[in-house]
Structures are given as C-alpha cells and as structure tokens.
Design a protein around this ligand. Sequence first.
Ligand code: NAP
Ligand code: MG
Length: 462
Amino acid sequence: MKAHDGMYIDGAWRPAAGRDTIDVVNPADEQVIGQVPAGTVEDVDAAVRAARAAFPGWAATAPAERAARLTALRDVLAARKDEIAETVTAELGSPLAFSQTVHAGVPVLVAGSYAELAATYAFEEKVGNSTVYQEPVGVVGAITPWNYPLHQIVAKVAPALAAGCTVVLKPAEDTPLTAQLFAEAVAEAGVPAGVFNLVTGLGPVAGQALAEHPDVDLVSFTGSTAVGRRIGATAGAAVKRVALELGGKSANVILPSADLAKAVNVGVANVMSNSGQTCSAWTRMLVPAARYDEAVELAATAAAKYGDRIGPVVNAKQQARVRGYIEKGVAEGARIVAGGPESPREQGYFVSPTVFADVTPQMTIAQEEIFGPVLTILRYEDEEDALRIANGTVYGLAGAVWAGEESEAVAFARRLDTGQVDINGGRFNPLAPFGGYKQSGVGRELGTHGLSEYLQTKSLQF
Ligand code: NAP
Ligand code: MG
C-alpha cells in the first residue's frame, strides 16, 4: 500500500520531527502493509501553527468559495472511490463491497451535504434590533477512530471547513493510510495551504498534544468514553469548546405488534455489519416474552449466515477484548445460540458472529460496549419494562423501534434517552444530527447541527 513518510502540514508533505514509525497491519492476514510516521509534540505544534496562520484568510472567504472547495473535495472523493475502498479494506479489514458502498460512499454524501450547506446556510440573521453573525470558532483539533476511518474524518473536517475553521487531524493509529488519502484529496480539491493539516501518530502522544495545545480553539473527538472523558476535562480546564462522540449500547426495541422476522433480521444485520465495530449498533435486542423463543431462533439463523461474510475486527487487542466479553457472557449465565469465543480462522483477527439469549439487563454484556459482532437478546414483560431496560445503561447514542403502526413506534421512541432512533428500519440520512445523550457524548455531527458546532455567535445592536 502507498504510504507517505511525512506529515501533511501547510500544504505539503513534510518530514516528521522524530524518527518513530507506526506499522499498519492488515487485520485479515496480519501482514504489515505500510508504515507512517509517529507524530510528536513538535509535529503537532507545527501543524497547529500552520492552521493558525491560515485561519484569518480562510475565515474571510465567501461561503460560496468554501462551498466550491467542498464540492471539489466531494468530486475527488467520488473519483477516488475504488482506491479509498481498497485502502480501507486493507487497513480495517472490512469486505470490499462494504468498503465501497459505506466506507467510500457515505463520505461522498456527507462532503456533498456540507458543500450545499456552506452555500445556503444563514451565517447572518436579524433578531429585533440586532444582527447576529455566525463566525468560525478558529483552529480545530480533530481526533478520530478507526471504525469508519474516512466517514469520521469527513464528518468533522467538512463542517469545520464549511464554517471557516482550519483543522489539524490526528487519525487513529490503525487506519492512517485512509487519512493520508484524504489529505491528498484535500490538496487536489484546491483547499489553500494550512487550512487542513494531518499528523499521524499515537493517541497518548500526538492525540494528547493536540487536545492540550493552547492554540487549538475546539477539540472534536470521536472514540471511547474513557479517552473522551479525559479530553473533556482538559478542554474544560482550558475553557475551550469540545465535541465528544463516544460509545453506545443501543437498544433495538421490538414491540408486540411488529413484524418480528423483519425486525430481527434487520437487527442482526445492523449488529454484524462492519464486524460489530459501529458505535451506534443496536447491540441489545428487546423482545416481548411471548415471542422470545421465536426471536432467538430467527436471530441465531440470521447470524449463522454471516459466518464467512464478515471481516475481522481491527487488531489483536480488539479481538482479545471481544472474546473476553463473550467468555464473560457465558460466565454470567447467558446462553450462546450462535458463534462463540473460539477464533473461526487460524490467521487474521476474526471473531464469529455471536448471539446470546437469556441475557438479563444487569449482565456485563448487556451494559458495556463490546465493539464486536455480538448481539444480546433480552426479554421484556410489558412496555414499561422495555423502556426501563432500553434506558438502563450509561449510554444513549442510537436505537431502533419496531411496531405495526409507525405512530406507536414514534410514541415509544420519544421516551428513549437517546440521540437517534430508526423507526421500522428507517434509512440513513446524512443530514440528520448524530450524537449522544448521557455518556455517549456532547454535541452533534452531520447536517446543520454539525455545522453549528464549529460556529460561534456575535451580535451587533443597532
Ligand atoms: P480511542 O482509543 O478512544 O481512540 C480514538 C482516537 O483517540 C484515536 O485517534 C486514538 O489514537 C486517540 N487517543 C487515544 N488516546 C488518546 C489520548 N490520551 N489523548 C488524545 N487522543 C487519544 O477509541 P478506539 O478504541 O480507537 O475506538 C473505539 C471506541 O470509539 C468505541 O468505544 C466506540 O464506541 C467509540 N466510537 C464512537 C463513535 C461515535 O460517533 N460516537 C464513533 C466511532 C467510535 P490511537 O489510534 O493511537 O489509539
Ligand atoms: Mg491495522
């Protein structure tokens, strides 16, 4: 795989300050496919200085010009879709078809949505005798995870650029090649030097240096709740803006009137997709007691079909972590009806698509984020019981509700403590705000809500 041996800073690939490197590993066969530099405090500082220097110019561009650059970026991402998909497959391990449609496809939609929003958004409004201006926050430090390597980057960088902010990105150490491709795309799209900068490196070194940098005005982080909590504390101490997209343990609530087979099949597909490495995955299926056995059988059959079709998880550590959770589920008395902790292949970080029945709400596998292809099925007695179970975790990122009538599902969804709910299998909407209630995070991404994270308001009175 092609890899740059420098950092993309101030419009060029520059040698890293230090000599350490990170091996990029293909999780499907455990082979090293490339190396990227491990950024240091000096690299982060150089990138932040470039972003600061570029900020006044970029902030002053007309929204139409920023829209034009984002349109060009969307077009480059679309033109380089195959290369992007192959790179994601190589470093994340997802099957190529999924990389093409989702990992490469969704970022084109999101970049396009911000090209349009930059052109149409009201950056100025009259309120009584005031004019209120929406101004860019400044220099953004973006820290992203590996699970949707390009989407997570575009969901931060596109709105930041649309707002007039400049950016320093520290992508996940497991998926830096996709981030390097994105930097190439930004350059190709004609975004001025310094507006976007990339520093590859390790979280506790480069990531932390970026989060702590005094000249970063806003830190936008997607990743684990543990790291997010620390970043929030650091930002709070410095009184700087912070956006946190963290973990989830979402519920798929199947009400008695629902089409059970459809709800179960879509629910299993949702959890197994991307090898379960989706923060918004519906990892807890809630089924009425009267239809529990039927649902378990349907889910076991559906999961078995994924056996050979899902990719590995991202690395050996995640594989061990997921298998540890599966063993814990067994130890706490849940019943495996598909999959299990044994590795299905000799090579690669594969985990069998696993389904647990007889899961009770307090079990570890029903409370903690597993981040692997593991579904838990819980039974409920009545709607109030379902609501208690659904809301009974520290998370609140997403979820699903299924019912015979849409209105019944909507009424239930309104009582869920969560940021996004799909009704009877609703489709992905790149303009819908995405983000968490409770410990799933602070702030929203996508659409106008995502754009406003990067804006601050100034009012002038007349
Ligand atoms: P993570 O360890 O929190 O990593 C996320 C990013 O933060 C990576 O770039 C990481 O660098 C960096 N990082 C790690 N330690 C840091 C520190 N001390 N200071 C600054 N940055 C630091 O999470 P992960 O294990 O890669 O990803 C899985 C988790 O992310 C799951 O919990 C999942 O739910 C969550 N997630 C949430 C969303 C969402 O939208 N809500 C989306 C995706 C993932 P390294 O790569 O070097 O570790
Ligand atoms: Mg890797």
